[in-house]
Every structure is written in structure tokens, then in C-alpha cells.
Design a protein around this ligand. Structure first.
Ligand code: GLN
Length: 402
């Protein structure tokens, strides 16, 4: 088909889409047999009890559609967990929607609540899906910078991003890619603006249980005045190390849930029924499960940070999630794409170019993102390879040209 024909059948809403850089890095890692510290998924097994529960659910014939907005036992388990951890009383009949991962949760929430040309505020750097999510709604994106090394934002810049067209702000805490855990005072500032400008706050809390050094995750939904204007999105993926299951949930007040459920129904009908059944067991895990999860990730964080320091790559200590942004400027470089190409092809470690988390041209090129949701031995192997970059082994003059 001619170029003209090709563009005739390309919707304007996808015109800005690029391939997901994170998933592209996984493909490159496989091609070059590099250690994959790019895409954030565990390379260690999911908990045995969950694998057994999923197998049992298939054997017991949970194999047909569940109720479109989620099986009753799973919605009950979600309600019980949020009551136990955050004192939140949620009505499983009217405030909980089970979706196909938080990716679907975010896009279904935005499609259900925004109109074309509405503005959506997001902090930059941001998890790469949020941009295309806004584009799918033909909404306009507004960015607010998080400034390294602490990834703090300027309250005046945040305020300036809000206006009469603002429909929602997307908040991701603990934050991918920086590991920032938004502090209570920062949440208060965001909440005050949402109320002043009558906007929604859509929160991606998928790393809620992965926090370090005494950091506390506070759901925006629990702040005064925010219950009616917050949509909380989370999932089983990161908490239970089952990123391929695609089971997530959206918590929202009834008037929002009604629309979100319709979008979800027409988009996907529902999440995998046997995995929802296994989710009931997951959501009922004892407290020790969560403390052990965070404890292991803390050790992995410190291990990778040591290796990166030894390789000459400084980074800010993440307070949560399982990523860190390393600064490549000590190598005399500010071209993340070139650096990553060398890292994958010649050193044997894959990471994600920092610029893929920024939309503002020229931003983020001094960073690369490593994830540490990997076996200790994988991190050790990556560490051995990364140390080879030290002492001038990787100098800009020796890099292949891009
Ligand atoms: N959240 C993970 C990451 O940022 C995985 C993203 C994805 O590929 N869905 O790496």
C-alpha cells in the first residue's frame, strides 16, 4: 500500500505512538543474550501457593467468564485487604472493578472520565504508558518536572499546570522510574489543587508494598476530601510476582465505578477467571508475606547500588518500587541511547534509556534505569559485567557511533 494509503488508515490518536522502549529493551536483551535489568518483571518463581491455587482453580473448573467487573470472592478479598491495611471501607458491589492489570485499569479509568481536549497532568519522568493512555483519550498532556537528585517538584510549577481544562492528575507512588515515595506533605499539596480545580486524582499504586527505610505508602484515597475524586489503581503483578497474570483492580466512588465498569466490559469483558480465584488466596496472605517481600527487595536494591557504585554509576537511593535511575555523566556521556546500546551489545547488561520516561525533548538523556526485581545471582552477574566499564573501559571515544 502507498504511504498515502498507510497514513489514511492510521488514526490521529496513535500518530505519536512509538514502540514501548521498555519492551523493546527486553527484545534486545534476548537477542544479545544480555542480563535483563530493563523490563520490571521478576526472573524468580512466583510463590508456590499461588501457582498451586491457579492450577487448582483450573482443575476445579473456574474456566468460564467471571462477572465482568470481577468475581465476588476476589472483590470481597480486595475490600478486606484495604480495610486491614488502610482502614478503608469499600463496597465491593459499587466501588471495586477487577481489570486486566493496572495497564487496563489506567486506560479504562481515563476513557471513562475524560473528553477530548481535557488536560491530564502527570509528573515527568513518568511510566511510559501514561502518555499513550492520554493520547488514546485524545486528551492533552501537561507535565510537572520531578527534579533529580531527590526528584522533588516545585509547588508553583504544579499549581501552574492546573487550570479550567484540567480533568485529572496521574500520580504514581512509589514511583516508576525514580523510586520516589511521595511524602504526606506533597500528597496534601496535590489534594488541595484537585479540590480547588475540581479534578480527579488517578493513582497508580502498584508498588504499594515495596517501600524501604521506613517510608510509608499513603493512598491518596484516604486523604480528607479525596474519597469522591480519587481513582486508585493497583494489581497483583508486583506484589505477588505474577506480572503475566494480568489481574488488577480499580477502586473508585460508585458514580465513577459505573462508567469504568462499562468501559472495562466493552474493552475486555473480564480478567482471567482462574487467576482471579487464585487472587483470593493472594490477597489474604499474612502480614509476613509483605514484610518479607519488601525485605528482599531492600537487599536487592542495596546489592545493585553497590555494583553500580563500583562501576562508577551514581544514583539516588530509591525509597520504594524496584528501579533506580543511574547517572551516566561520570562517563562523560549524556547520550543514554548510545550508552544503552553499548551496555547491551558489548557489556552484556540491558537497562532502559532515561529519555524514554520523559516527553520534553532533551530531558532524561543523562540517566539510565536499572531494575532490581531479579534473583541475587542475576544481580551479581550483572555486577561483574558492569564493573568492566570502570577505569576508562567505556569512554565516549570508544563507543560505536549511533
Ligand atoms: N512496569 C514494568 C516496567 O516499568 C513493566 C512494564 C511493561 O512492560 N508493562 O519495566
Amino acid at each position: 500500500m502507498s504511504d498515502e494509503g498507510n497514513s489514511r488508515f492510521r488514526a490521529a490518536r496513535v500518530a505519536r505512538f512509538t514502540e514501548s522502549v521498555i519492551r523493546e529493551m527486553t527484545r534486545l536483551a534476548i537477542r544479545h543474550q544480555a542480563v535483563n535489568l530493563a523490563q520490571g518483571f521478576p526472573d524468580f518463581p512466583a510463590p508456590d501457593v499461588l501457582k498451586e491455587a491457579a492450577a487448582r482453580a483450573v482443575a476445579e473448573d473456574y474456566n468460564q467468564y467471571a462477572i465482568t467487573w470481577g468475581s465476588k470472592p476476589l472483590r470481597d478479598a480486595i475490600a478486606a485487604k484495604y480495610l486491614r491495611y488502610h482502614g478503608l471501607e469499600l463496597d465491593p458491589e459499587r466501588e471495586i472493578t477487577v481489570v486486566c492489570g493496572s495497564t487496563e485499569g489506567m486506560v479504562a479509568s481515563l476513557l471513562a472520565t475524560t473528553n477530548p481536549d481535557d488536560e491530564i497532568v502527570m509528573f515527568e519522568p513518568f511510566y511510559e504508558n501514561y502518555g499513550p493512555d492520554a493520547d488514546l483519550c485524545s486528551a492533552r498532556r501537561r507535565y510537572v518536572s520531578l527534579h533529580a537528585p531527590e526528584w522533588s517538584f516545585d509547588p508553583a510549577e504544579l499549581r501552574a499546570a492546573f487550570g479550567p481544562r484540567t480533568k485529572a492528575i496521574i500520580l504514581n507512588s512509589p514511583h516508576n522510574p525514580t523510586g520516589k515515595v511521595f511524602q504526606r506533605q506533597e500528597l496534601d499539596q496535590i489534594a488541595a489543587l484537585c479540590q480547588e480545580f475540581d479534578t480527579l486524582c488517578i493513582t497508580d499504586e502498584i508498588y504499594e508494598h515495596i517501600v524501604y527505610d521506613g517510608a510509608v505508602h499513603v493512598p491518596m484515597l484516604t486523604l480528607p476530601g479525596m474519597r469522591q475524586r480519587t481513582i486508585l489503581i493497583s494489581s497483583m503483578s508486583k506484589t505477588y510476582s505474577v506480572t503475566g497474570w494480568r489481574v488488577g483492580w480499580v477502586l473508585a466512588p460508585p458514580h465513577l465505578t459505573a462508567s469504568i465498569r462499562k468501559v472495562h466490559d466493552f474493552l475486555t469483558v473480564g480478567a482471567a477467571a482462574p487467576l482471579q480465584q487464585a487472587g483470593v488466596l493472594a490477597l489474604s496472605m499474612p502480614d509476613e508475606y509483605y514484610s518479607s517481600l519488601a525485605g528482599h527487595y531492600l537487599q536487592r536494591r542495596d546489592l545493585l547500588m553497590d555494583h553500580l557504585a563500583a562501576a562508577g554509576l551514581p544514583c539516588t537511593r530509591p525509597g520504594g518500587a524496584y528501579y533506580l535511575m543511574a547517572d551516566i555523566t561520570p562517563f562523560g556521556l549524556s547520550d543514554d541511547l548510545l550508552f544503552i546500546r553499548h551496555l547491551i551489545e558489548n557489556i552484556g547488561v540491558a537497562a532502559v534509556p532515561g529519555s524514554s520516561f520523559f516527553a520534553t525533548p532533551g530531558c532524561g538523556a543523562q540517566f539510565v534505569r536499572f531494575c532490581f526485581c531479579k534473583k541475587y545471582e542475576t544481580l551479581e552477574q550483572a555486577g561483574r559485567l558492569l564493573r568492566r566499564m570502570r577505569s576508562g573501559e567505556l569512554h565516549v571515544a570508544e563507543l560505536p557511533s549511533s
